[in-house]
Design a protein around this ligand. Structure first.
Ligand SMILES: [Zn+2]
Length: 302
């Protein structure tokens, strides 16, 4: 059997037909409607197109899973509010799709979906798992004993808003000094510019400078990674998970990012060095597909 995963983003809706093991059969990418109220209808079109192109019928699809960038009621299948999409409030999307296709449909927050995706494709068994994504902000999701920790608004796991520096840099959430103000890729770029980097500075360009032997890039990246590592160490201390996976495009840099973080947490977390078991810290396996693949796995949560 196959499942369909839908990852609604502020700019694009990504969708895919996914095998039970997480392999993508076919995927698509469509601009997100300007008016959020049009999302259910657009999603129907997207699903119909996927079914047509894969020559699959509704009987071949076990479930549909949807991830949205905001607050939702997973039990009722209602999008409560996606602040980055206009008019995306109080939308009973699951009921709409179930009526249309007769396929059981599930809904969750997008970061939770990505966490679930990474968790279920992990090659080692875990009971508890934390996913952290480094991008425009710092997002995350937490899995405890195989279940997404949803919290009361299906939006738990907002690890980016742990306050690292009281009265620090102002965050979009309204507080100051949040982890994401220092550890996101946006923050890395800001730190690079402050250090005097000019031109088209991006996360990628800073790592390219490093590869060319730039001393300044080394300093900027070391500084940024020290913030990333502090937060990861907090997560190790709070959850003592089997595994933490770091995702987002920048995670493709691999060991350059991973090794300093591992070194720091192994030296400073209160759990690891006293009890002898280390949380495994790894790089994403799904990268940009984590959202759609994870959404296709939502049936495992209900
Ligand atoms: Zn914040």
């Amino acid at each position: 059997m196959k499942n369909i995963g839908i990852d609604v983003g502020g700019t694009f809706i990504k969708a895919a037909v996914v095998e039970r093991g997480g392999k993508i059969v076919l995927s698509s990418k469509t601009p997100t409607p300007k008016n959020g109220e049009a999302i259910p209808e657009k999603t129907v079109e997207i699903i119909e197109e996927l079914l047509e192109k894969t020559s699959l019928g509704t009987n071949d699809i076990e479930s549909i899973g949807i991830g949205v960038p905001g607050v939702c009621d997973s039990k009722k299948g209602i999008i409560v509010n996606c602040p980055n999409i206009e008019n995306c409030k109080e939308i009973a999307i699951c009921e709409y799709l179930e009526k249309k296709f007769g396929i059981k449909t599930y809904l969750d927050n997008d970061a939770n979906c990505a966490a679930l995706g990474e968790y279920l494709v992990s090659d080692e068994k875990c009971d508890s798992f934390v996913f952290v994504t480094l991008g425009t902000g710092v997002g995350g999701g937490i899995i405890i004993n195989g279940k997404i920790l949803r919290g009361i608004n299906s939006a738990a796991g907002e690890v980016g808003h742990i306050v690292l520096k009281k009265d620090g840099e102002k965050c979009n959430c309204g507080r100051r000094g949040c982890w994401e103000r220092y550890a996101s890729v946006t923050a890395l770029v800001r730190q690079g510019k402050r250090a005097g980097m000019t031109g088209n500075v991006s996360g990628r360009s800073i790592f390219a400078d490093l590869a060319r032997g730039s001393v300044k890039a080394r300093e900027v990246i070391d500084g940024w990674l020290s913030y990333v590592a502090e937060g990861i160490c907090d997560l190790v201390n709070i959850f003592q998970p089997d595994e933490i996976v770091i995702g987002g495009g920048i995670s493709r840099e691999g060991d350059i990012i991973l090794n300093p973080i591992k070194k720091f947490t192994e030296a400073h977390s209160i759990t690891d060095n006293r009890y002898g078991k280390n949380t495994r810290i790894k790089i994403s396996r799904l990268f940009n597909d984590a959202g759609v693949v994870g959404a296709s796995f939502l049936y495992t949560q209900n």
